[in-house]
Write a protein that binds this ligand. Structure first.
Ligand SMILES: [Fe+2]
Ligand SMILES: [Fe+2]
Length: 205
């Protein structure tokens, strides 16, 4: 029961954007850039997309950990989810600094991702870690794209995105270390398609 309450609390915090970070934000020691209105709005929208990605990561990993059979995999998922909580807090803070807002659809993103995560866990350990490895790889690529798209002088946002990308690379390596193999190409394509829809909507809403 306590576990259930703790999980629910975490879900709620993720959805409303009040997660607290265990590590200080990488933006902390970076200067604030003089951004014009358009650049600021663009950076805020990109960070909203990343925040949604982190809401989805929380939900996926909670779902996957819930149905994972293997204790080592469960522990790795919980560790990754803890680090993703820093990402949640860092990106929410940066959105606020930029004068933006988090996605209104967060409850929906959370519910959808939790179901997908739970399903991956139910498919068995092999699928579960393969799915984790592919998720992290796609998020890493996506963040690389954002580093290209962000204003070059927005050091605070860039520091957050770079640190997140480094963590995602580590999560991916952990998943592959746990035996996460390559997913079939159509599954990878479906995941990319789903995240394309998510990122396009989250940039606006
Ligand atoms: Fe993350
Ligand atoms: Fe990650």
């Amino acid at each position: 029961m306590d576990r259930l309450i703790a999980e629910f609390d975490r879900a709620l915090r993720a959805v409303v954007g009040v997660a607290s970070a265990a590590r200080p934000s990488p933006a902390e020691d970076k200067p604030e850039a003089e951004l014009d209105t358009r650049a600021r709005a663009h950076a805020a929208a990109l960070m909203r997309v990343n925040h949604v990605g982190e809401v989805c990561a929380q939900a996926l990993y909670q779902g996957q950990a819930l149905t994972a059979g293997n204790a080592r995999i469960k522990a790795a998922l919980e560790q990754a989810a803890r680090e993703e909580q820093d990402h949640l807090a860092w990106s929410a803070d940066r959105i606020r600094e930029l004068g933006g807002r988090t996605s209104l659809l967060n409850p929906l993103w959370y519910a959808g991702s939790f179901s997908i995560g739970a399903l991956a866990g139910l498919l068995g350990d092999r699928w579960n870690v393969a799915f984790l490895a592919e998720t992290e790889r796609q998020v890493e690529d996506h963040l690389t794209g954002h580093l290209e798209a962000l204003p070059t002088d927005d050091e605070r946002t860039r520091a957050v995105v770079s640190a997140m990308r480094a963590d995602e690379a580590k999560h991916g390596a952990t998943a592959r270390g746990l035996g996460g193999e390559d997913l079939p190409a159509p599954v990878k394509a479906a995941m990319r398609f789903a995240s394309k829809i998510m990122t396009t909507i989250a940039y606006r809403v």
